[in-house]
Ligand binder design. Structure first.
Ligand code: F6R
Length: 610
């Protein structure tokens, strides 16, 4: 999730863009850059680190020129360093591009472009776009960009300028946000509204597949069929803080809503639906021979990341047939785990800075155990110290309660388990295809569930007087019951306990009465009947049941007081769907109780003390 700003008009493009980028810094901040066209030449300034580093570069080498594009980066492909910072140029330094998104077929395209004589300067997927435009350029930047994008698969929001066809910016969008700001004899592009609020409130939201041509005094938009179209101009009335939250009341809600995009971006370019394979070998160097002989996987993490690890154990054991253990990081090193060269330790951490998790990673390394980190923050301690790292591509998570990072972590675990199942030949070709087909459907199913927002908020309202909750799930949804309970307690301060539904009768059932609502994950699965029996047990003790159920399930309606119906998807992917209503339920409970949702009491986003 990077930030883009572009400007064409009579002001100093460098100044307007830098100001806009500062307003987008919440989208990413590991490097930044700006390019302007001046007297037929490109002038570029880039730097690693937060935007104040770019400020310093611009103070010593100011940019003149009144047309330009800029970018603040949240790294996905390629480390945070100056060469990987945007903007990226073609071979002749005439065309320049800024990009937000993931190009899925970048390796295939990169190899073709290299054979065609193009020289690459960075490790990014973005650079292929500028070389593709160069390949198609014969005087008209709009045509060349349209042709280039027809070869690209993936998600993108783009800004392009060129010295040989100056006086306009080309902008394009596909599965990544991009808006156009309309001014008086000046126009703008930006990833998000806050960047443009000081300059204009008249904005156009580009639609999927749109390509726009911006001149100082004119904007033309073409749809995916290259037909010129008119898009509605909206008048934005939000203030800056409202705009940073995308109009949502809290960052947590915004981040819940960003999950379809975060999941999609995390698997794009790593999963090929047609070929039924994954491309993780480009990112992690774990020898096939090691994968085949691996004795065990230790998964170590804290909090929400630990819950993702519990789902991971299920996936590694069921898909890749590798024994796996999951540990809470603060316990791991005190129980003397048997670590050796034949085992792999996976640590999961959104921040990559959690002290207990880092200590576990160091212990594994000291014992010569192979290590892999699953992180969201590029350049974090865990990502630097682990032998291998796989990033979730969720963008910065600002709400203290983790939401999109959790579903991003699950997505990476599914990818790994699938990749290793393929390498260890533990799945039939038919099963592999079936899993990949289902995987592709996850983002749209999550979007469908988000449409139940109002229904879930009304349900939450009915329960605000309750002080204790029980969350039940079984099998691969037991960790989701734990996660649902954690979300509720951390933001609404209501006591909630997650339990394996079948274990309830061994103790917690004693707690159930009319004052203890029970949230049960009862979506269709191989053990659905068993979950129904657990529901009966809870009801017999006076418990009020809220069931997560699969659309079309009439039986559950007769057995429970409240139901949240979810779309059907293979049971394997149910954790990615079932957690969404739980996040929304906890969020609305906290809102109705007047709690500080984004910064709950006593908690910190990154726990860097043991
Ligand atoms: C809960 C939450 C925490 C974190 C935990 C680990 O919503 O956010 O439980 O999951 O502190 O943090 P990371 O993943 O950064 O290591």
């Amino acid at each position: 999730m990077c930030g883009i700003v572009g400007y064409i008009g009579s002001k100093s493009a460098g100044e307007v863009i830098l100001d806009g980028l500062h307003r987008l810094e919440y989208r990413g901040y590991d490097s930044a850059g700006i390019a302007v066209v001046l007297n037929g030449k490109l002038e570029i300034r880039r730097s690693v680190g937060k935007l104040n580093q770019l400020n310093k570069v611009l103070e010593s080498r100011p940019l003149k020129g009144s047309i330009g594009i800029g970018h603040t980066r949240w790294a996905t492909h390629g480390r945070p360093c100056e060469e990987n910072a945007h903007p990226h140029t073609d071979c002749k330094d005439k065309i320049v591009v800024v990009h937000n998104g993931i190009i899925e077929n970048y390796l295939e395209l990169k190899n073709k472009l290299i054979s065609g004589g193009h020289r690459f300067k960075s490790e990014t997927d973005t650079e292929i776009i500028v070389h593709l435009i160069e390949k198609h350029f014969s005087g008209n930047l709009l045509n060349a960009t349209q042709k280039a994008l027809s070869e690209v698969r993936g998600a993108y929001a783009l800004g392009v300028i060129c010295t040989d066809d100056p006086d306009h910016i080309i902008a394009a969008r596909q599965d990544a946000p991009l808006i156009i700001g309309l001014g008086e004899d000046e126009n703008f592009i930006a990833s998000d509204i806050p960047a443009l609020l000081p300059y204009t409130r008249k904005m156009i939201f580009l639609e999927e597949g749109d390509i726009a041509e911006l001149r100082r005094n004119k904007v033309r938009i073409f749809d995916k069929k290259k037909k010129e179209v008119k898009r509605q101009v909206k008048n934005i009335t939000w203030d800056r803080v409202q705009a940073e939250k995308g109009g949502f009341k809290h960052f947590m809600l915004k981040e819940i809503y960003e999950q379809p995009q975060a999941i999609r971006e995390t698997f794009l370019g790593r999963l090929n639906p047609e070929k039924g394979v994954t491309y993780l070998k480009e990112e992690i160097k774990i020898a096939d021979s090691f994968l085949k002989s691996m004795s065990k996987i230790y998964i170590v993490a804290c909090g929400t990341s630990y819950h993702a690890g519990l789902v991971g154990k299920f996936l590694f054991e069921n898909l890749s047939l590798i024994p796996a253990e999951v540990d809470i990081a603060s316990e791991f090193r005190y129980r003397c785990p048997v670590l050796d060269r034949n085992a792999l330790t996976i640590i999961i951490s959104q921040s990559g800075e959690t002290a207990d998790t880092i200590a576990a990673l160091r212990l594994a390394k000291k014992n010569k155990c192979n290590t892999l980190a699953i992180c969201n923050v590029m350049g974090s301690t865990a990502s630097r110290e682990a032998d291998n790292v796989l990033y979730t591509r969720c963008g910065p998570e600002i709400g203290v309660a983790s939401t999109k990072a959790f579903t991003g972590q699950l997505t990476v675990l599914y990818l790994l388990a699938l990749d290793w199942a393929i390498k260890r030949k533990t799945l039939t070709a038919k099963k592999r295809k079936e899993i990949i087909d289902n995987f592709w459907e996850v983002p749209s199913k999550v979007s469908e569930i988000l449409k139940k927002d109002k229904e879930i908020s009304s349900l939450a309202k009915e329960f605000t007087a309750k002080r204790d909750f029980l969350y039940l799930g079984r099998n691969l949804n037991y960790p989701i019951a734990l996660e649902g309970a954690l979300k509720l307690k951390e933001i609404s301060y209501i006591h909630a306990e997650g339990y394996p539904a079948g274990e309830m009768k061994h103790g917690p059932i004693a707690l159930i009465d009319e004052d203890m609502p029970v949230m049960v994950i009862a979506t269709r699965s191989k053990i659905y009947e068993k979950v129904l029996s657990n529901i009966e047990e809870a009801r017999a003790r006076g418990g009020t049941i809220i069931a997560l159920a699969t659309e079309g399930d009439k039986e559950i309606k007769a057995k429970t007081e409240h139901q949240i119906y979810l779309p059907h998807l293979d049971e394997l992917f149910s954790p990615l769907l079932n957690v969404i209503p739980m996040q929304l339920f906890a969020y609305y409970m906290a809102v109705f109780l007047g709690c500080d949702v984004d910064q709950p009491r006593n908690l910190a986003k990154s726990v860097t003390v043991e």
